[in-house]
Design a protein around this ligand. Structure first.
Ligand code: NAD
Length: 326
């Protein structure tokens, strides 16, 4: 089996290369992202493997189909970047539906603790032997209200973490889980009541810009907002507007709606043209990380194993348990 592996980073090789032998898979590690300019590189392979910022359009699906590609394998849980409908009847699209939800939930908690207690700024100060703590006042999380949007695998892990802090937890999900020990509310109620809002739902047409001028207006003053799901859940323009009014105590963003082409790359020697990203990064109470919530040993091992198992299932004509259906 030959796999065209797009958007390769050094850590991908570390985890996929040793495993590929076990699964009898020859991986062609391509550093370029998967795009209309690079889709022809899939020629001669059986399957294509992509990541979160590789946009697989209907045109690319058609090209893959004509090249005899048997499946597109996402090494992620989210799949908003692939035209699933266009692939119907042409090739299955498979994902890694669950790989250590705790990795992302723990990272969401890390963002929350960091923006709340300013540890990132304290680190910079103490390295310079500036031991002044002015401006670093935080808030106890104990007995505050956490509002969790999306109570799937990661949302549930985040609920447990918040409970561990002694927080009251409320949640919104259009498909409430009756087995979950959490108080479901309407989205509006959650926006109004929560001291901390953490986003754990997928990006869909319904959830795009769910954090916007109107929903921000419902939020408490001094609220914390954490997004480890997908950037476009938040309307960046509205967020910046509200940050300028001092609405938020802290905002932690592991994802950003225009992250494609910037996140995962070293742009430190380049002029950043995205003015909204530069504006966001300049707020002392905003912490941006580069889509790394998933990045633990446990999660990457799971991603690599499941992706290769997905590939083997395609090649052997076995049941495709991780296929994404329209
Ligand atoms: P999941 O499918 O287990 O759960 C998603 C939940 O969102 C479901 O309960 C679903 O009912 C709910 N939902 C659907 N529409 C909603 C809406 N309109 N409002 C509120 N909730 C809604 O998914 P998961 O594994 O918990 O992952 C959640 C998201 O996290 C993924 O979609 C992905 O975008 C993101 N993610 C990010 C990283 C990272 O590294 N930062 C890693 C993995 C996943």
């Amino acid at each position: 089996m030959k796999m065209a592996f797009y958007g390769t980073k050094p850590y991908d090789k570390i985890w996929f290369e040793p495993l590929s032998k076990e699964y009898d898979c020859e991986i062609n590690f391509i550093e370029l992202p998967c795009s209309e300019q690079t889709s022809h590189l899939a020629k001669g392979h059986d399957v294509v493997c992509v990541f979160v910022n590789d946009h697989v359009t209907a045109e690319m699906i058609n090209e893959f189909h004509s090249l005899g590609i048997k499946a597109v394998l996402l090494r992620s849980a989210g799949f908003n970047n692939v035209d699933i409908k266009a692939a119907e009847g042409k090739m299955p699209i498979l994902r890694v539906p669950s790989y250590s939800p705790e990795s992302v939930a723990e990272f969401a908690a890390a963002l929350l603790l960091t923006v709340n207690r300013h540890t990132h700024r304290a680190y910079a100060r103490t390295r310079d032997f500036n031991m002044n703590i002015n401006g670093f006042t935080g808030r106890n999380l104990f007995e505050k209200t956490a509002g969790i949007i999306g109570t799937g695998k990661i949302g549930q892990a985040m609920i447990n973490i918040c409970k561990g802090f002694g927080m009251k937890v409320i949640a919104y999900d259009p498909f409430p889980n009756p087995h979950l020990d959490v108080q479901y509310t309407s989205l509006e109620e959650l926006m109004t009541e929560a001291d901390v809002i953490s986003l754990h739902c997928p990006l869909t047409p319904e959830t795009t810009h769910m954090i916007n001028r109107d929903t921000i207006a419902l939020m408490k003053k001094d609220v914390y907002l954490i997004n480890t799901s997908r950037g476009a859940l938040i309307d960046t323009e509205s967020l910046i507007e509200a940050l300028l009014t001092g609405k938020f105590s802290g905002v932690g963003l592991d994802v950003y709606e225009e992250e494609e082409g910037v996140f995962f790359e070293d742009k430190s020697n380049e002029i950043i043209e995205d003015e909204q990203l530069v504006r966001l990064a300049a707020f002392h109470n905003v912490l941006i990380t580069s889509h790394m919530g998933f990045f633990t040993h446990e999660a990457i091992r799971e991603i690599a194993t499941t992706t290769l198992e997905n590939a083997v299932a395609v090649m052997k004509g076995e049941a495709l348990i991780n296929e994404i259906k329209v």
